[in-house]
Design a protein around this ligand. Structure first.
Ligand code: CLR
Length: 377
């Protein structure tokens, strides 16, 4: 019988859910899961994880040469992983199933300028519903740092775990004092969701992801769980190699949810044991109807209060409204227009930088931010 962490009344529906995961491959978003595993947080909120340590992000601008800039970008990237992959466990007790965003859903906010770090703004838009694709743009204009990306997932089931291949990539652009700019292509790690049988899912990262700078510097980041490298879960090892060689000049090792150090010098590298800073968003009452927390407020409240009847009724309302919208568009011969992004079939930055480390696939599409959002202050 399944699951210590599964409430008695939901054990059979959890078993059914696990069976359906095993048989449906590709997109889990539309599977119905038992209430105890629902989170009430929309997937459009997730890109905020890229900036929950705003100082680490803004300090990329302090680097004075190509080498130290690549180190700063790697340091920031590693420092985002704890938020990205363990924060639901901390906040909600385990990994949970997020709300599946509707097409056109928006999540926007900012991290205020404190101590001269500059204000950082965030705009997220759900650019596809089926399959779910989320585009995001994060900028710290006073520091000249811009992050643009999109993500989608392809899931499969293997050995009792969900394997999540992340589709999409991010590009970080840094303005240089001489008027030029440096670009960094960031690929996304592979996830394994373990602990399903017990009803307490958690994420482990696996395989390799890359950060390729336009200067040629390349970070190759390897992820391992329990029993590898240090033997600890959430371990990584990152090698930074100069242009034109794969010989590492710097190697960093540790756990991405705690601390890491420079393997050669022993110097401290990342430390995410201190507090993080959640994004500031407008009050729900001030948000417009497309904004995540407003759109999903009654569903989220139902989930929070354990009133799943209300949650599912409110969810159906939203889904029916969406279906009607799509029908109306089809009848009128129109298509949905994105608010903040333009879709391109092939991202030239991905192609150009991806070539340097033989990225697979060699080309990817992208969503380009249109600079038409007025950030709050
Ligand atoms: C989205 C992009 C973020 C990092 C991230 C973290 C957790 C991932 C999420 C992404 C995609 C959706 C995800 C989630 C963990 C669980 C959830 C894979 C990659 C799936 C859809 C839900 C599985 C259901 C079980 C938990 C029961 O930058």
């Amino acid at each position: 019988v399944v699951g210590e962490a599964v409430p008695a009344a939901q054990k059979s529906s959890w078993a059914t859910f696990l069976k359906s995961i095993a048989s449906v491959s590709g997109d889990l978003s539309s599977l119905t899961a038992p209430p105890f595993i629902l989170s009430g947080i929309s997937l459009t909120e997730f890109p905020a994880y890229w900036c929950e340590r705003p100082e680490v992000f803004s300090s990329i601008a302090d680097a004075t040469d190509e080498e130290s800039r690549s180190i700063a970008v790697l340091k920031w990237f590693i420092s985002t992983l704890k938020s990205q992959y363990t924060s639901r466990n901390e906040k909600l007790g385990s990994e949970k199933k997020p709300l599946n965003p509707v097409l056109g859903e928006v999540f926007a906010g900012y991290w205020p300028d404190i101590g001269g770090r500059g204000q950082t703004n965030l705009v997220v838009e759900q650019v596809s519903h089926h399959p779910p694709i989320t585009a995001f743009y994060i900028e710290n204009p006073s520091k000249g740092i811009y992050l643009q990306g999109h993500n989608a997932q392809k899931t499969s089931f293997s050995g009792g775990s969900i394997i999540v291949k992340q589709i999409g990539h991010a590009v970080l652009t840094v303005d240089l004092p001489d008027g030029g700019k440096e670009e960094f292509l960031i690929t996304l790690p592979r996830l394994r969701i373990d602990g399903l049988w017990y009803g307490s899912p958690y994420i482990e990262l696996s395989e390799t992801s890359y950060i390729q700078s336009s200067t040629g510097w390349l970070s190759t980041i390897e992820y391992k769980g329990k029993g590898y490298f240090s033997g600890k879960s959430h371990s990584f090892k990152a090698a930074l190699s100069p242009p034109g060689t794969l010989q590492a000049k710097h190697v960093f090792e540790g756990t991405w949810h705690q601390t890491s150090k420079n393997v050669h010098t022993g110097a401290a590298f990342t430390d995410v044991t201190g507090p993080k800073e959640e994004v500031t968003v407008r009050e729900v009452e001030e948000q417009d109807e497309w904004e995540s927390r407003r759109l999903w407020r009654w569903v989220a409240k139902g989930i929070r209060d354990g009133d799943f009847e209300t949650a599912s009724r409110e969810k159906s309302k939203i889904e029916n409204e969406q279906r009607q919208r799509r029908k109306d568009e089809a009848a009128a011969g129109t298509t949905w227009q994105l608010k903040y992004f333009d879709h391109i079939d092939s991202d030239p930055t991905y192609e150009r930088l991806g070539k340097l480390f033989k990225a697979n696939p060699p080309t990817e599409d992208a969503y380009i931010y249109r600079h038409n959002y007025a950030p709050a202050s």
